[in-house]
Design a protein around this ligand. Structure first.
Ligand SMILES: *Cc1c(COP(=O)(O)O)cnc(C)c1O
Length: 396
């Protein structure tokens, strides 16, 4: 049996394969350079063009671009009118921004545990956490699979709450034959380089509600009613600040990149699906490894490929598998440390044990590399390394 790199053997790969990375081609570079040579490098024609293209892709009426997915989440909690005294229910198994966006507007995040199979928020647990103060629910489409949106939107409607879908993982995913972007009152995407398309940093909120779209646009521009280009075109200097907004604008340089990237999204999604099904075919029979569950009424956009390492089967912990795979130069990662475990949240009264299903999952999760530019050889390297590490430990 091959000696593990962690024990001094030679690694499966010579250099580290990252868990995710962007794909940038000559068309992308040309699109950005064209903007650099033009009159507007920020808040020019490319912003509206990118917003239109992304909204059209999802089927939503409006898209509003932000400087990051996190800023876009902040915009969404602001546009929803959330504030002090309001409670916002979200998932504990997510990136901290999903909950921080409630704190930014003075609202209180409340965590409802996840389902054990899909690791998306459990609608039954959400129902238990609803109070008279609940004003919003923020489901997270974990790893790319849409959450139980029909159940969640029905619950929200019954209690007068708004649904803000954190779709940072799920651009291009579908739920009961509908595209993500049209399923919630507001849907938030991220265009960080590890996500499906990139603008360097960036985010977009989609909505069908014109009033929300207007509030979202103002909030990213200091709460001011018009932008500089609109004033220039109208030959006017007058503007008014009506909300306390921020400078959360996405530049034309970035939007040009986004427009160019979006043209390639369908091909990239297909490649992600291909990699995921190769992993599932190869790993679902491996003792001690549990492959991801996708329910048959939805499709995943496969932002992440997350497996669970069952200690009771192979006797090794996730941490050992993680270290051994990293030593083989496979850039595995862990998504996520539950939000309730972070010191900032503990200081607010949250704690491990608060969401038992998420906590148990966290101790077993490993994200394998998945991104469109991975070659078949890269995929096989990951599988070789996983088999090597698991075989070394399993005493079947
Ligand atoms: C990436 C991500 C965000 C934040 O997006 P940024 O563009 O990095 O600010 C929010 N929520 C989830 C679940 C994410 O994965």
């Amino acid at each position: 049996m091959a000696k593990l790199a962690v024990d001094g053997g030679s690694p499966v790969r010579k250099t580290l394969l990252p868990y995710g990375r962007q794909s940038i081609d000559d068309d992308d570079i040309r699109a950005v350079v064209d903007v650099l040579r033009s009159d507007w490098i920020t808040t020019g024609p490319k912003v509206a063009e990118f917003e239109r293209a992304l909204a059209d892709y999802t089927g939503a009426r409006f898209g509003v671009a932000y400087s990051s997915g996190t800023a876009a989440l902040h915009g969404a909690t602001f546009a929803a009118g959330l504030g002090p005294g309001d409670e916002v229910i979200t998932s504990p198994l997510t990136f901290v921004a999903s909950a921080n966006c409630a704190l930014y507007v003075g609202a209180t995040p409340v965590f409802a545990d996840v389902r054990d199979d899909t690791l998306t928020i459990d609608a039954a647990r959400v129902a238990e956490r609803i109070t008279t103060r609940t004003r919003a629910i923020i489901p997270v489409d974990f790893a790319g699979q849409p959450a139980d949106l029909d159940e969640i939107t029905a619950l929200a409607a019954r209690h007068g709450a708004v649904v803000i879908e954190d779709a940072a993982h799920s651009l291009g995913a579908t739920y009961r034959s509908r595209r993500v972007g049209t399923l919630a009152s507001m849907t938030v995407f991220s265009t960080h380089p590890v996500k499906h398309i990139t603008t360097g940093e960036g985010g977009v909120v989609t909505t069908d509600d014109e009033r929300l779209a207007e509030r979202l646009r103002r909030f990213r521009n200091h709460g001011i009613t018009s932008d500089a280009r609109a004033r220039q075109e109208a030959g006017s200097w007058f503007y008014e600040m009506v909300d306390l907004g921020y400078n959360y604008r996405l530049s034309d340089m970035q939007c040009a990149l986004g427009i160019s990237q979006l043209r390639k999204l369908d091909g990239w999604l297909a490649r992600r699906r291909e990699i995921a099904s190769r992993y599932t075919d190869a790993l679902s029979t491996l003792a001690g490894i549990v492959t991801p569950v996708v329910r048959n009424d939805r499709t995943s956009a496969w932002h992440l490929y997350v497996v669970r390492v069952r200690r009771e089967v192979n006797g090794i912990s996730r941490d050992e598998v993680f270290r051994a795979l990293r030593a083989e130069n496979i850039g595995v990662n862990v998504h996520y440390i539950p939000v309730t475990w972070h010191p900032y949240y503990r200081a607010r009264g949250h704690h491990p044990g608060e969401c038992a299903v998420a906590d148990a999952a966290y101790s077993e999760l490993i994200s394998l590399p998945i991104f469109p530019a991975m070659t078949d050889g890269d995929v096989e390297d990951v599988l070789t390394a996983v088999r090597k590490v698991v075989d070394r430990y399993v005493r079947a």
